[in-house]
Write a protein of this length. Sequence first.
Length: 84
Amino acid sequence: LDTLRKRQAGRLRNGVVPITTRFKPKRADELVGGSIYWIIKHRVTARQRILGFAEAAAERRIVIALDPELVPVRALPKRAHQGW
């Protein structure tokens, strides 16, 4: 979790942590205000609030704007996966 905090501190811009993905979720508007959960070493360890989505036209990517606060959660076993 400390490593994730350090990585995100380096990405922090204007109070937002941007991460990129290839495709925008079909129901993206419903995800704003929800959370993205981080799986580290096969355990759900933290979550971050989703602030919004934007398109990075130059890179043909979708930018997910995250709240910089990482909220620790009770560690639960979880296989790594990607998906909405």
